[in-house]
Design a protein around this ligand. Structure first.
Ligand SMILES: C[S@@+](CC[C@H](N)C(=O)[O-])C[C@H]1O[C@@H](n2cnc3c(N)ncnc32)[C@H](O)[C@@H]1O
Length: 228
């Protein structure tokens, strides 16, 4: 049976004041450090000419600050739904440009960014609305780069992946603030079709140079494209 869920409500249940301060350790530990590898790939895809970047669902700012560290001349604005996550980001870098809001209604004028990047957002949003908004705030020739988890296609990897979530559920006993995430994330990843949905939506909007790649045995993917 296909699971349907409300992305915004799920995000508000998953990411709260209770777990904002432990997010960085949890993402590093639960992805066996692959999170850093995926974010490095996002930064590698970003072209050298792109000087103003919007990091959607920036959370505690991991990707934004990695980008600023590697490319200090770039202007990065981070946007996130949850204030407590932004507070953690601000505590790391007091002069960071951070906005509280939803990725589906962006508080920016048309054509204001060279690039929109995002890590782990697609499964929580309506993809057509997201792409419409990204298209509106992007300059002509600007690009989008989205990354999220994917359900691996290889059967052996699927079994390992499912076994890993059994272990995570056991660990949830010891990290209560992440309990609901460890119990529900696998179902959401399986039910979600974000990569195909973004592909279709980008094509509909006339985006060019659409390309995507799977990483880490098909457990994550990154898709990029350029606005005409
Ligand atoms: C798993 S965290 C990822 C944070 C950050 N991108 C990273 O890679 O470390 C998911 C983030 O998405 C944010 N989020 C979910 N839905 C959102 C929406 N509609 N608009 C903005 N942020 C959203 C959550 O608040 C949370 O901070």
């Amino acid at each position: 049976m296909e699971l349907t869920y409300d992305g915004l409500r799920t995000a508000r249940t998953f990411f709260t004041f209770k777990n904002a301060s432990t997010y960085d350790q949890i993402v590093r530990f639960t992805t066996f450090g692959q999170d850093y590898h995926w974010k490095t790939q996002i930064i590698r895809i970003l072209s050298k000419q792109q000087m103003s970047v919007l990091d959607l669902a920036c959370g505690t700012g991991i990707l934004s600050f990695m980008l600023i560290d590697k490319r200090p001349s770039i202007r990065v604005i981070g946007l996130d739904l949850i204030c407590e996550y932004l507070q953690v980001a601000r505590s790391k870098k007091s002069d960071s440009l951070l906005v509280n809001g939803t990725a589906e209604i962006l508080p920016f004028i048309d054509e204001s960014f060279d690039c929109v990047i995002s890590s782990y957002l697609p499964k929580y949003v309506n993809i057509d609305i997201l792409i419409d908004e990204c298209c509106r705030v992007l300059k002509h020739g600007g690009s989008v780069i989205f990354h999220d988890f994917t359900y691996p296609r290889n059967l052996i990897v699927q079994h390992l992946w499912k076994a890993y979530f059994v272990i995570l559920r056991f660990m949830a006993k010891f990290v209560k603030s992440w309990n609901i995430v460890f119990f529900q994330l696998d179902k959401i990843i399986i039910a979600n079709n974000w990569l195909e949905d973004i592909l279709q939506s980008l094509e509909k909007k006339g985006f060019m140079d659409i390309s995507y790649k799977h990483y880490t045995l098909g457990t994550a993917a990154i898709i990029s494209a350029r606005k005409p």
